[in-house]
Design a protein around this ligand. Sequence first.
Ligand code: PBG
Length: 334
Amino acid sequence: MIVGTKDTTLSLARRPRRLRATEGLRAMARETTLSADRLVYPLFARGGRGVRREIDAMPGVYQMSTEHLAEEAAAAFEAGVRYVLLFGVPDRKDDVASAAYDPDGIVPEAVRAIKRRVPGLTVVTDVCLCAYTSHGHCGVVRDGRIDNDRSVELIARTALAHAKAGADMVAPSDMMDGRVGAIRRALDAEGLETTPIMAYSAKFASAFYGPFREAQDSAPAFGDRRSYQMDPANAREALVEVALDIEEGADIVMVKPALAYLDVIRRVREACELPVAAYNVSGEYAMVKAAAEKGWIDHDRVMMEMLTGFRRAGADLIITYFAKDAARLLSGGR
Ligand code: PBG
């Protein structure tokens, strides 16, 4: 057979490459889409004025006093971001996390500031005690152990304080048993029966949270979180957690982290009909930033490929520190 003659042409009914030839054809065949309205942007609020402190291992992420925070929220909204997830960094910590459920605490203050500045932005608040307890655990400690039921009481009070301040949704991240139901009852009892709950349902005890603990100043002073967060080896157990949270009244369920847990995202997607969120956590963000800074990977392409992968795995929503940058790219800007 002579190369270049018709004889070398295979007769193939199926040539998958046909649909890859031009951007137009690729767009027609595209199965997964990513858009800014699938992204949730985390923000870190702290007290004082004029504070804008970058997190070491999270370039581009800042702890901000509320006036800067409101500006950042406005800039994100301008870029196409529609939802933020708010974390507080309090001025004081104690054994019972009293700053967490203070109606004039940092999160309620930040919710009001953002709502004033960007009324169209949907504000979700992270509900946990770890940044507010002197020991850094997500619950209160008794006899060296995390007291589940006492913690749940305080977590419900915290959610209530956020919702009363005007939060559009509350998101408990503590992983105590029964907290979704307790929050639901606390909200309902105060006439806030329409405030939805996004539950961190399958939250794993992950080393990928490292950089975040500096961002929210919430590293545990002793021990670790393995008595309440899930074992990274378990996927079936994630479905148990999801089922419980749904039973207790969760409106959106979450898998966290995302990158090493794509199978869990997929299984949760198939096991329930509620919206599923995936949390693209601090360590996942830090790895991309560090490698890109060294010139080892293409930042924007890796970012978009990761976010698309979470969508393909089944996530309806992605909580990501990349939200503002990705939203800009998606709208064709830079
Ligand atoms: C607090 C909380 C954590 C994260 C979100 N909420 C840290 C933890 O559980 O230790 C992690 C977020 C991230 O790493 O980006 N309970």
